[in-house]
Ligand binder design. Structure first.
Ligand code: ADP
Ligand code: MG
Length: 551
């Protein structure tokens, strides 16, 4: 048995998967206790304690108020919490429970796991990355590394399809990774050359995935049921959850067949509807179009056409929908590479990365193939930041704060920039910098990464005294900040250990505050966590499937 395993975990919005590199250096998915290689990212708070996976999903109909699903969409948010059976759970707690299940089931088969690589969407903010690491540690890991999902998919393609035992692919390749999962859409352009995969550009939408396709279909059926029978399934959690399950099944069937049936039941009435693939495609056309627009925009921004792309890799369960493949074929004009397993490729890519990180440790001695060990130890990956990084600065004339970005998106990582800012007031004794990342969703202007305070500045500093700020992204897009006042050499205290990713409103929407430090409280400070009743918690989950309100 290996002393230290190279373990990779794809912690998905809807499904998660854990894998390790076996003695031959091959990524191997580890089935859960129920014998399946993917585990629903769903938690049921049973009387006897939390239950994760298929069993939890099954209970979503009987006891929806005790079930939490799609929690990854809230990872890193300060406000979100679920109160169930008198206890409060935050998104990190839910992620930790899911990871705990994956790890314990894996340990039954491969022995103790103390470190692992967990994958995150390239779009994840610093706080979301921190929350992921925190969840891993809470789940019992001693060390957590993270890797962007598209990089993992590329590693899986490059190392997996050619095999680790080959020294190198014949030529460099430019890879477009189209990853449509349950909750997120991630798109990246990746370059493979000389034993290295490097991301050229990353984009996507953190609020677009398979569950949005479900919501559209569910709303369609719900409206039809309402217009025919005058009953609204949204009035009953169990009916809603039942419909959600039916929709999921029907959607999957429609990837294999031209038509599928699904039923809706409420208040003792039941109706079965036939849905054709064409209908489903028409209903969800604008969701697909959003992924198309993002793809076109990315290529355009990079000044590239399809001729510059050598291979399109599809990943994520929702990429199984024929409309996705048709669209990509139509756009690119050629046949897609669908060789990667939509369910496992990301976890498998993460295991390669885990192997690369461990390649100088005890671990390599337990892989029996020296060629594999050598290949892993010389392989490199490089990501870029998907979000711009900067600080909030005050306009001296209007007093409003606005984002000033100093590190543009798609900068190869690690990366650091220095920028000099001026104090605002005479005799300003402290400076308070708010570090921000640009948002990715349309509704989100920017997110606060954290605060950096310089206290006890020398007396009588004139306005415009220089403060030098260094902001750094490390190789896994985690943010590090330092600052100093140049005349006194006073260093900053940096506090960025808070989970602050609530969407900030545009700075203009808030009047200037009357304190005149260089920066002051965020435009939209994260509100105190709201207490939720158990019913509210359940309702929240349904609204991730359904639109609010009734017709
Ligand atoms: P995540 O990592 O975000 O959890 P996955 O990559 O596991 O996502 O994909 C899950 C999504 O893929 C779900 O929304 C699921 O409904 C969808 N999906 C899985 N299989 C199919 C299929 N055969 N046809 C259409 N959608 C599918
Ligand atoms: Mg995924």
């Amino acid at each position: 048995m290996l002393t230290t395993h190279a373990v990779g975990i794809d912690l998905g919005t809807t499904y998660s998967c854990i894998a390790y590199l076996n003695e031959h250096g091959e990524p191997t998915s580890i089935p859960n206790e129920e014998g399946e290689i993917t585990t629903p990212s769903v938690v049921l708070f049973d009387e006897e304690g939390p239950i994760v996976g298929k069993e939890a999903l099954r209970n979503a109909i009987a006891s929806p108020e005790l079930v939490v699903m799609n929690s990854k969409r809230h990872l890193g948010a300060t406000k979100k919490q679920w109160q169930i059976r008198g206890r409060v759970y935050r998104p990190t707690d839910i992620a930790a429970l899911i990871l705990h299940k994956l790890l314990r089931d894996a340990e039954e088969q491969i022995g103790q796991v103390e470190r692992a690589v967990i994958t995150v969407p390239a779009q994840f903010s610093d706080a979301q990355r921190r929350a992921t690491i925190k969840a891993g540690l809470k789940a019992g890991l001693k060390h957590v590394d993270i890797i962007n999902e598209p990089v993992a998919a590329s590693l899986c393609y490059v190392l997996g399809s050619e095999g680790l035992w080959f020294s190198e692919l014949a030529k460099s390749q430019r890879i477009l990774v189209y990853d449509l999962g349950g909750g997120t859409f991630d798109l990246s352009l990746v370059n493979y050359e000389k034993n290295q995969v490097s991301v050229i550009a990353s984009t996507g939408d953190l609020k677009l995935g398979g569950i949005d396709f479900n919501r559209v279909l569910a709303n369609h059926v719900r409206k039809q049921f309402h217009s025919e029978l005058g009953l609204d399934v949204a009035k009953d959690l169990q009916s809603l959850q039942y419909l959600a399950m039916e929709v999921e099944q029907a959607k999957r069937s429609l990837s294999a067949r031209e038509r599928a049936a699904l039923s809706c039941t409420h208040s003792g009435k039941r109706k079965t509807y036939q849905v054709t693939r064409k209908q489903f495609e028409t209903l969800t056309a604008d969701l697909l179009k959003r992924t198309q627009d993002i793809t076109v925009k990315l290529l355009k921004k990079m000044d590239m056409g399809w001729a510059h792309v050598d291979v399109v890799l599809t990943a994520g369960g929702a990429s199984r929908m024929p409309m996705v493949r048709d669209m990509l074929k139509n756009m690119s004009g050629w046949t897609l590479n669908t060789s990667l397993s939509p369910d496992q490729s990301i976890a498998h890519g993460a295991t390669y990365y885990a192997g690369m990180l461990l390649s100088n440790s005890e671990f390599v001695h337990s892989i029996r193939n020296d060629v594999v060990v050598d290949r892993l130890s010389e392989f490199r990956q490089q990501s870029v930041n998907a979000r711009a990084l900067g600080i909030l600065v005050r306009d001296p004339v209007t007093g409003y704060r606005f984002p000033h970005y100093i590190l543009p998106p798609n900068t190869p990582l690690p990366a650091a920039v220095k920028h000099v800012y001026g104090t605002v007031q005479h005799d300003q004794r402290r400076a308070h910098l708010q570090v921000i990342e640009s948002g990715t969703a349309e509704s989100q202007d920017f997110v606060l990464v954290g605060e950096c305070k310089i206290e006890d500045l020398p007396r009588e500093l004139p306005p415009n005294s220089e403060i030098e700020v260094t902001i750094r992204y490390d190789a896994s897009a985690r943010v590090h900040v330092s600052a100093k006042e140049l005349s006194s050499g006073k260093q900053a205290t940096v506090e960025i250990d808070r989970e602050v990713t609530e969407p900030a409103t545009a700075p203009e929407s808030r009047p200037p505050s009357d304190d005149s430090e260089e920066t002051s409280p965020p435009p939209n400070p994260a509100p105190a966590a709201t207490r939720k009743t158990t019913d509210d918690a359940g309702e929240q989950e349904f609204y991730s499937f359904f639109e609010k309100g009734t017709e």
